[in-house]
Design a protein around this ligand. Structure first.
Ligand SMILES: Nc1ncnc2c1ncn2[C@@H]1O[C@H](COP(=O)(O)OP(=O)(O)O)[C@@H](O)[C@H]1O
Ligand SMILES: Cc1ncc(COP(=O)(O)O)c(N)n1
Length: 710
């Protein structure tokens, strides 16, 4: 009867608590996932929305050709044949891997699995597995508002003790969703003792959180194994509290060892690769351990696919260990940043590249291609260039982006040697692995007290697009949606002082200018730009506000054209500004094209004529057409005209959005296209504020609600 002993003791711990699911229910995000990955057959509920953020801009895959990692790695030879464990016959045994030591993989030669193999593994880890309940207040009653009683909400998930002093690991979503980290956490141990838990630290990107409890005595800990040793087909066990049933055990096999997050429809979070398992994982299992037959934790159960049985995902413990180390050290996770894009050179990709590009280096048989290096990034400073093929990273050969990312790891501020092939030559470069910091841009413009245009709009735009914005103020305006009531110019020498403060310290990769007000201020700006490196320059020649007030003195127009335009990557006049700059009217699209050619003559590399203002011609129908002229010729960007009064700051926002994309390393034409989409979204979701030309909604992707539409 021994085989049932553990099950009986487990049954005594099964408690029913009022609980809401905490396992990731992927169905809710099915549509979002589909947008990203049309090939996905299943719905997924992702770890957190923020996953698609910072890391994606750090090192991201070019998935044009797919990746060899995206193929299922299960291979028949890896799957161990099982016989049933039914009956009381101890002699019914199957051979399975020994999993001992630091071998890269278990082997069927090494050990024997008996009927208690799973129960024995469970016994080792079960005392460290906990149930986590979060109690929080629900939203205010729709009838009584803040004065009414609030419903008490409870949610529950799993976790496990990793330190005898009471540190417990779980998923961040177990403790965040219901409560935004403000609810009360209760941790119930396997023996039924319950303690209040405190959130020690969390990392939403990897969906991990550490909870601390004070039990007054050392607690049993789970032993952490190595996920890199896992093999498809290997037995694994999931422990936790599915559907409120605390101390539940399920088992299955590893279905895939490295299910990349982009395969699940989560682009950007390229560092995450999950263990896929068919062990039954249900709502409430989130944060619980996935364990090997040695009773060692190899993963954290994090999410499951709906519309299918037995497709669940766990965060690999090797990644978890690195995150936990940082969480314990700093309370947050510093992620290494190099600033490159990567493409695995699989045999198929190599063949295609060699066919397409006669200059592709002959000697390359494997490696990772660098299609883009972000300007000013650690990789750029280390000497990496677009087109390089990385063949060795930190002394280890690299054949895929996954191998590259695994070597990159989580530690920052460490120099790392990169062996590359460039053309027919091999080079060794050293890059410093730095913590991620966003690209930095500088805005030189006037302040708009109404905050729809000027410096305020520009900074909001940069923030919304993931760029760190700095500012030099040229003038302060008293302004609202009806017009500009007053202008207080900043002395040019003080504009210069602001410029020096920023350009001498912050690594600026793009500058945008708006209202410059006077010729003297333009001169100071030109001098500073000639003295410091600043990347790309977008000049929005702000001449007149929407209400008709002049934002540039008359004598400054010539200085703008003669001295500033020649330094510009792009100038972005609207139609009235074009007329003022070339001294004649434009009435048709043909006129606009002619004007663009003339404006390019002032020395900027490109000109974008913005089409928010109607021109006399009926050619435009009901569209807003912007026309770009650069060294490659004309490019047209068209969008339907939105019938809204909220156009305060459209020009500033367009130029600063282009500046943001340039700072992020986008090519000019892509920067313009993306900026146009962003401004359209800001306008489409703008609020009705003020009684004149209302501002845009620069944070529409954060605040967007159906009632926010005008
Ligand atoms: N009503 C509108 N509907 C859609 N897009 C618009 C509208 N008004 C302006 N835009 C777009 O906003 C950007 C800024 O253009 P514009 O309004 O001409 O600049 P400015 O604010 O300098 O006058 C352009 O991309 C333009 O096409
Ligand atoms: C300080 C300042 N700078 C620029 C503008 C132009 O605004 P728009 O983008 O609507 O042309 C403005 N109204 N105020």
């Amino acid at each position: 009867m021994q085989r049932y002993a553990l099950l009986r003791s487990l049954a005594t711990f099964i408690k029913t608590t009022k609980s809401v699911d905490k396992v990731r229910n992927y169905d809710r995000f099915y549509r979002t996932s589909q947008r990203f990955s049309t090939s996905l057959k299943y719905g997924f509920y992702f770890v957190t929305g923020t996953v698609v953020g910072a890391l994606g801009s750090i090192v991201s895959y070019y998935c044009l050709y797919g990746d060899e990692n995206s193929k299922y790695r299960i291979d028949n030879s890896d799957v161990v044949q099982m016989c049933t464990l039914n009956g009381d016959n101890n002699s019914k045994m199957i051979k399975l891997g020994s999993f001992e030591g630091d071998q890269a993989s278990g082997s069927a030669e090494g050990g024997v699995m008996n009927r208690y193999a799973i129960a024995d593994a469970v016994a080792k880890v079960a005392p460290a597995v906990v149930n986590i309940t979060v109690t929080s207040e629900g939203p205010p009653s729709p009838w009584l508002g803040p004065i009414g009683p609030r419903e008490v909400q409870q949610s529950s998930g799993s976790g496990f003790i990793i330190d005898p002093q009471g540190f417990i690991l779980t998923n961040a979503h177990v403790v965040s969703e219901a409560s935004h980290y403000t609810g009360q956490v209760t941790v119930t141990l396997q023996d039924g003792r319950a303690f209040p838990g405190k959130l020690h630290s969390h990392d939403t990107l990897s969906d991990l959180a550490i909870i601390k409890i004070d039990a007054g005595q050392p607690l049993p800990c789970a032993k952490l194994g190595k996920s890199r040793n896992l093999r498809p087909g290997e037995w694994v066990i999931a422990l936790g509290s599915p559907l409120m049933l605390a101390n539940s055990v399920t088992s299955g096999i590893v279905s895939a060892v490295q299910r990349e997050s982009y395969e699940l429809g989560f682009p950007g979070s390229s560092k995450l690769a999950f263990i896929q398992t068919d062990a039954a994982i249900n709502v409430g299992n989130s944060g619980g351990p996935l364990v090997n037959l040695d009773g060692e934790v190899v993963g954290i159960n994090t999410m499951k696919a709906l519309r299918s049985d037995g497709i669940s995902f766990a965060l690999p413990i090797d990644l978890v260990k690195e995150v936990v180390e940082q969480l314990k050290l700093h309370g947050f996770v510093k992620r290494p940043y190099l600033g490159i894009k990567l493409l695995t050179l699989s045999p198929r990709v190599l063949e295609e590249l060699k066919e397409r590009d006669p200059h592709f280096p002959n000697g390359v048989n494997y490696g990772v291609l660098v299609p883009q290096v972000l300007p000013g990034s650690p990789a750029d400073r280390g000497g990496l260039r677009a087109g390089d093929v990385i063949v060795e990273f930190d002394g280890k050969p690299v054949k895929s982006t996954r191998e590259f990312l695994d070597i990159l790891g989580y530690r920052v501020d460490k120099p790392i040697q990169v062996k590359i092939i460039r053309g027919e030559r091999k080079f060794m470069k050293t890059c410093l692995k730095e913590g991620y910091s966003p690209p930095c841009a500088l805005i030189v413009a006037g302040s708009d007290s109404c905050a729809g245009a000027g410096i305020q709009a520009d900074l909001k735009t940069l923030l919304a697009l993931g760029v760190y914005g700095t500012s030099v103020v040229t003038a302060v305006t008293a302004q609202n949606t009806l017009g500009v009531q007053g202008i207080y110019p900043i002395e040019p020498w003080f504009v210069r002082q602001q410029l020096e403060s920023i350009l001498s310290d912050i690594p600026i990769t793009a500058v945008k200018t708006g209202m410059l007000y006077s010729a003297d201020t333009i001169q100071e700006l030109v001098l500073a730009l000639k003295q410091y490196s600043f990347g790309q320059l977008v000049v929005d020649p702000v001449l007149v506000a929407k209400g008709g007030q002049y934002l540039l003195t008359e004598d400054a127009l010539e200085t703008l054209k003669k001295d500033l335009f020649p330094l510009a990557t792009l100038i972005t006049p609207n139609i009235p500004e074009v007329c003022a700059l070339i001294g004649r009217e434009v009435e048709s699209l043909q006129d606009v094209r002619e004007a663009a050619k003339e404006l390019l003559g002032f020395g900027a590399k490109a000109v974008l004529i913005k089409g928010g203002h109607n021109i006399a011609s009926s050619e435009l129908d009901d569209s807003c057409i912007d026309i770009l002229l650069d060294s490659q010729g004309f490019e047209v960007y068209a969008r339907p005209r939105l019938h809204t009064l909220n156009t305060h700051g459209t020009g500033c926002t367009t130029a600063s959005a282009i500046c943001a994309y340039l700072a992020k390393g986008f090519a000019l034409r892509d920067a313009v296209a993306n900026a146009k989409e962003y401004v359209f979204g800001c306008m489409e979701h703008s609020y009705r504020i003020g009684s004149g030309h209302g501002p845009l909604n620069h944070g529409f992707h954060i605040t967007c609600r159906s009632d926010s539409k005008v």
